[in-house]
Design a protein around this ligand. Structure first.
Ligand SMILES: Cc1cc2nc3c(=O)[nH]c(=O)nc-3n(C[C@H](O)[C@H](O)[C@H](O)COP(=O)(O)OP(=O)(O)OC[C@H]3O[C@@H](n4cnc5c(N)ncnc54)[C@H](O)[C@@H]3O)c2cc1C
Length: 402
């Protein structure tokens, strides 16, 4: 078996992998970095909500991965399948082994489409859509545009998800579209969610409750989607009580937007790096692995209790880069750089309106701008539509401060 040694190996070349590689590269061009990433394309996933709302063409969210691999890094275009920390080795799908001195784990979150019976066979047709896949996001807009009254369901699962607000944003945009077309009064819009609240922080939950009321949305709490019968246009939910399913309800629909269940990638779950729930077991401040001191992690696969967002990655990548360089230089972390749990979720509430939710580990709002953070604003919509995509492609993925 071939064995290729590297100083730093990064698993995953998405938002987190490229940002941390570029940040390291800017700090020290002599580092020997390899990025294991199977995809030829890089996606700006936060743009998929606007694709689903008909604001962006999906093409604007896709670029060539090769254009973002820092010049000193080697791109290994492959899947990592096994992690062997006792041998400092990553095994690829081909069976090839890559050894490292330092490892950065950031393979993102796994979308478990298969956990909802009937979904894989019917997604992308018969009014079943999801913004959680590049290939499906444009169909969401088809469903919204072609909806002429009836029942529109927007689901949210009982697992952690990337961008917790994405299930709601597309619902509010759909309602605004229905309102503009004069059909909102003929629409039975339902937020069918496994959770019991609109948001875990009261001032934002209260602000979103007003939006829900304005559009006349019904909230079906503790409804966890289990099955979709595409031919009959029926969705089956289990009702959760005290953490357990107690009964089943079937709701007929005309369109359904699915936020699918998600989990840590299987090869992380099966590795010694996983915590009890399968996520990478990191110190939540230093982002260093709790047991393996030559290993760091960031992004959606991490077990840290922050919102799983690209905004979190923006703050995590410099922390990982600084702490890793300190360990390389001194062999220890005497003055660690600290991640405070920052994450942001721009909740679009209408075409042209947005509440910019920014919180940290304390669950208190940490607004970037000195404004009431719970207000819907046109300025924040402009930020989401124009400034954030530009910052992502031109600053964050280049390892520049942003
Ligand atoms: C609909 C939607 C809306 C969103 N809205 C927002 C928003 O408004 N604001 C915000 O900040 N965030 C938002 N996000 C979340 C944001 O996109 C993610 O949090 C961010 O991309 C996480 O970065 P990551 O690198 O951890 O994961 P990703 O960017 O998903 O990258 C993971 C990479 O790992 C690779 N990979 C997977 N398995 C392997 C393997 N076995 N071996 C090697 N490589 C592998 C993948 O190919 C991928 O390139 C949204 C996401 C979605 C889907």
């Amino acid at each position: 078996m071939v064995n290729r040694p590297h100083q730093i190996v990064i698993v995953g070349g998405g938002a987190a992998g490229i940002t941390v590689a570029a940040t390291l590269h800017r700090k020290d061009k002599r580092l020997n970095i390899a990025i294991i990433e199977p995809s030829e394309k890089h996606y700006y996933q936060p743009g998929w909500t606007l694709v689903g709302a008909g604001v962006f063409d999906r093409k604007v969210t896709e670029r060539d991965e090769k254009d973002f691999i820092p010049e000193n890094a080697q791109w290994i275009k492959e899947y990592a399948t096994r992690l062997l920390p006792d041998k400092n080795t990553v095994v690829l799908k081909s069976g090839e082994e890559i050894t490292y001195e330092y490892l950065i784990l950031c393979p993102g979150i796994q979308i478990d489409w298969h956990k909802i019976k009937g979904l894989e066979a019917s997604i992308g047709k018969h009014g079943i859509c999801s913004n959680y896949g590049y290939q499906f996001a444009s169909y969401t807009y088809e469903c919204i545009k072609n909806f002429n009254g009836g029942t529109a369901l927007f689901t949210c699962p009982n697992t952690p998800v990337k961008c917790g607000g994405a299930a709601q944003k597309i619902m509010y945009l759909a309602c605004d579209n229905f309102r503009k077309r004069g059909i909102l009064n003929r629409a039975d819009v339902r937020f069918t969610t496994a959770g019991g609240t609109l948001f875990g922080v009261k001032i934002f939950a209260d602000a979103l409750a007003k939006v829900v009321e304005r559009y006349g949305i019904k909230t079906d709490w503790f409804h966890n989607l289990k099955e979709i019968r595409g031919d009959k246009k029926e969705a089956v939910f289990e009702i959760i009580k005290d953490g357990k399913p107690v009964e089943e309800v079937t709701i007929p629909y005309d369109m359904i937007h699915v936020t699918p269940p998600q989990s840590a990638p299987d090869f992380i779950k099966e590795s010694p790096f996983a915590n009890q729930k399968g996520w990478i077991d990191l110190d939540s401040t230093t982002l260093r692995h709790k047991q393996y001191t030559n290993v760091f992690g960031l992004g959606d696969a991490s077990g840290t209790p922050n919102p799983k967002t690209a905004a979190a990655v923006r703050k995590q990548a410099p922390v990982v880069a600084e702490n890793l360089l300190q360990v390389i230089k001194n062999g220890s972390l005497s003055k660690p750089s600290e991640y405070t749990g920052y994450g942001a979720c721009p909740i679009i509430t209408a075409y042209g309106r947005l509440i910019l939710i920014e919180i940290d580990y304390t669950h208190n709002p940490v607004p970037t701008f000195p404004l009431n953070p719970a207000r819907e604003r046109y300025s924040m919509w402009l930020l989401k539509k124009y400034l954030l995509p530009w910052l992502y492609w031109n600053r964050m993925l280049r390892g520049k401060p942003c």
